[in-house]
Design a binder for this molecule. Sequence first.
Ligand SMILES: NC(=O)c1ccc[n+]([C@@H]2O[C@H](COP(=O)([O-])OP(=O)(O)OC[C@H]3O[C@@H](n4cnc5c(N)ncnc54)[C@H](OP(=O)(O)O)[C@@H]3O)[C@@H](O)[C@H]2O)c1
Length: 447
Amino acid sequence: MDHILEAIGAAEGAGRIEGFGELPVPESYRGVVVRADETAMFDGLATKDKDPRKSLHMQEVATPDLGPGEALIAVMASAINYNTVWTSIFEPMSTFGFLQRYGKLSPLTRRHDLPYHVVGSDAAGVVLRTGPGVTKWQPGDQVVAHCLSVELEDAAGHDDTMLDPQQRIWGFETNFGGLAELAVVKANQLMPKPAHLSWEEAASPGLVNSTAYRQLVSHHGADMKQGDVVLIWGASGGLGSYATQMAVNGGAIPVCVVSSPQKAELCRRMGAELVIDRSAEGYRFWRDEHTPDPNEWKRFGARIRELTGGDDPDIVFEHPGRETFGASVFVAKRGGTIVTCASTSGFDHHYDNRYLWMHLKRIVGSHFANYREAWEANRLIDRGLVHPTLSKVFSLEQTGQATYEVHRNAHQGKVGVLALAPQEGLGIYDSEKRARHEEAINRFRGV
Ligand SMILES: NC(=O)c1ccc[n+]([C@@H]2O[C@H](COP(=O)([O-])OP(=O)(O)OC[C@H]3O[C@@H](n4cnc5c(N)ncnc54)[C@H](OP(=O)(O)O)[C@@H]3O)[C@@H](O)[C@H]2O)c1
């Protein structure tokens, strides 16, 4: 890998690194994997006791051949997403089932069905090779990759690529993901790397920024408009830190929910004024495992009205799931929207349907982002309208620890991982633009 790193290090600016395509492709590379023969290792343990440090391994893997429309990227940095938490604890199911199903699709996809799964759904790096038919991108291009993998052979996905029946999340439902020195993507996952950001900063927004964009801003999601009151769960976390910035930018009124004074401070740094510390205020939406507590929904709703001057949320940005969903449906405004993309605390939701139908509320399901939405979300980063929320950076060897911290909710914003990049702070080619946003880019650092 040294020759690759040397060539990237010698780059003098953003754009294409000349001669990169002539560099030999290594036969193997180091990637972070889970192993098929270890999927039962946590059987019988509670979710919180399943330790990603035990199941994520760094190992040498063979570099796959490239198929039509694909690109091999030299990964400088990646980031931890919650999907790597799910993969590493084999919940709600092992990801090897995804790889086996994908492998049955064609001789080309069979490459993905292996006894190891290279994980990771974010990357910033340089295109090393492109497969047949790729014209927009060339070796040497400095890129970030979004994680939407689609086959696009079916008309169902031609208007909104998320509706493709063969829609998958790269590095979760496909192999050869971003937590590695090299990664294979479909070339239409590539987007220009923002020149004012370091590799690890550029790698960190991808998945969550795109998801928050569809979920909150896009007409496929909540279609947020100026003046909307937006209740954002986990507002300083991965998804929430981008949703908060989009709400502030879009002239909406975010009501940020977090669980500590430090996290509340991060929300204020992003420009949010209304913040609820759910730990300090002690909300318990469930009396016991089976019994929700509507009095607590009401107490929560009253607190939101107190902060907003009487308004209920037009939009509830949901992802904690079982723990909070009943409260989310209750507090949404008459005619409001609860938009959900996840169920971190459990997918078996409970809510009182009377509040939904009588008050004409809507529940909208949202998942990642289509090609266009991912591109628009990256454009916001590139233009300095939304900033990375990177708090801490680990080496590739420490990916298990990085994932463990996200699993334990011991992190802020995004957690980065250096792949080929030997240190933080490399890859910045537009210092002037960076200087304008330096403070915002560093909001989450070291908190
Ligand atoms: N469908 C998709 O495309 C998609 C995309 C990205 C993520 N996701 C999913 O969305 C979820 C969140 O992802 P993320 O990257 O934002 O994770 P994250 O960085 O861990 O942030 C989630 C935040 O949610 C809050 N939270 C966690 N458990 C909670 C609970 N029981 N009640 C209330 N708040 C709770 C925490 O904030 P406080 O402790 O400060 O309240 C935490 O910071 C994960 O399940 C992930 O798999 C789905």
